[in-house]
Design a binder for this molecule. Sequence first.
Ligand SMILES: Cc1cc2nc3c(=O)[nH]c(=O)nc-3n(C[C@H](O)[C@H](O)[C@H](O)COP(=O)(O)O)c2cc1C
Length: 335
Amino acid sequence: MVYRIARSALFLLPPETAHALTLDAVRLRGKLIRPPTRTAAPPVSVMGLSFANRIGLAAGFDKNGVAVDGWFSLGFGHVEVGTVTPKPQPGNPRPRVYRLPEAGAIINRMGFPNDGAERVTARLRLRRNPGVVGVNIGKNAATPLDRAIDDYLICLRTVFTVADYITVNVSSPNTVGLRSLQGAEQLAPLLSAVVEEAHALQMHHGKRVPVVVKISPDLAADELREIAKVAASVPVDGIIATNTTISRDAVATHALAQQTGGLSGRPLLAKSCAAVRILRATLGSRMPIIGVGGVASADDAQLLRQAGADLVQAYTGMVYRGPRLVRELADALRV
Ligand SMILES: Cc1cc2nc3c(=O)[nH]c(=O)nc-3n(C[C@H](O)[C@H](O)[C@H](O)COP(=O)(O)O)c2cc1C
C-alpha cells in the first residue's frame, strides 16, 4: 500500500531520477536499521557460501554498492553489486531507461555507468551487514574486445577482498561486442583466466571467492549446452541465467518497443525459465544456478526454482512491486 502510493509519485519522474531517489531511501534505511544478529530461518548453502535466504538483488540496481546494508535490511539474502569496470565511465547518453508498465517491463541501454572498481571496492569495505555480496564485473566500453580479459582480471584483483562471489558478465547487450564473449572459443579462455587468477588470489589472501558467469536469454539451446560444457570443464562455481533480452516479440506492439537496449521484466520469465531448465538438464544437479528474469511474484520465483535454480534474483519486479516483494519471494522459497 505504502509503496503503491510512493510508486505513483516515482513513476511521474524520469526512470533514472526515480531510481536515484530509491537508492537514497534504501541507503538511508541501511544507516538507520541495525544489521540483524541472526536470521529467522536456517541458512542456505550454495557455492560454499551461506545465504540467509534464496533471494538476491540482481546486478545493475546498485551498480556502485551505495546501499548494500539497506538491501539486506529489506530482507535480501544476497546483493549483487555492479557491473563495475576497471575505470569509471559515464555509460550511454540519456535517456537510456524506459518503463513499459503495461508489460511489467523495462528497456535499458545504460552501458555500465559506474564509479570504477577501486571506488566501489573502497565503499564495500565500509558495509556493516555480513550478508553475501557478489560483485559483477565487465569491461570498459573503450577497451577493445581482444583485450577484454585484461579488464576482467583488473576488476577481479581490485574487488577480490570485498567480494563474496564474482560474476563474469558476458551478456549485457549495451556494450558493443560483449555478448560475443559467450561463444565457446572466447568463453573458455576468459573463464579459465579468471578462475586461475581467483585461485592465485585465494592462495595470497587466504580467502576463497567463487566465480560465476552471467549469460544471455537470447542463446539457442545448443549454445546454452555449449556454455554449460565450458562452465563445467573450467570449472566455474555457478551460472547466472539470465541477463536482459534484445528480443521484442513479447512487446512488439508497444510504443517503446523499438527503443534500443535490453528488455527485462515479465516478458523475460519464460525465457529465463527455459534457459535454466536446459542448463540444469545439461549440468546435472551439482553446478549451482542462479535464476533471474521476470520474477515479480512468489509463483514466478517458484517457476525458476522448479526449472532448477538454487537462488533467484530480481530487478524489474522490485520497480513494479516495491520492497514487499523481497519477503514474499524469500518466504515462497523457504525450503
Ligand atoms: C536498468 C537495468 C540495468 C541493469 N544493469 C545490469 C548490469 O549492470 N549488469 C548486469 O549483469 N545486469 C544488469 N541488468 C540485468 C539484471 O541484472 C537482470 O539480469 C535482468 O534485468 C533480468 O531480471 P529482471 O527481469 O528481474 O529485471 C540490468 C537491468 C536493468 C533493468
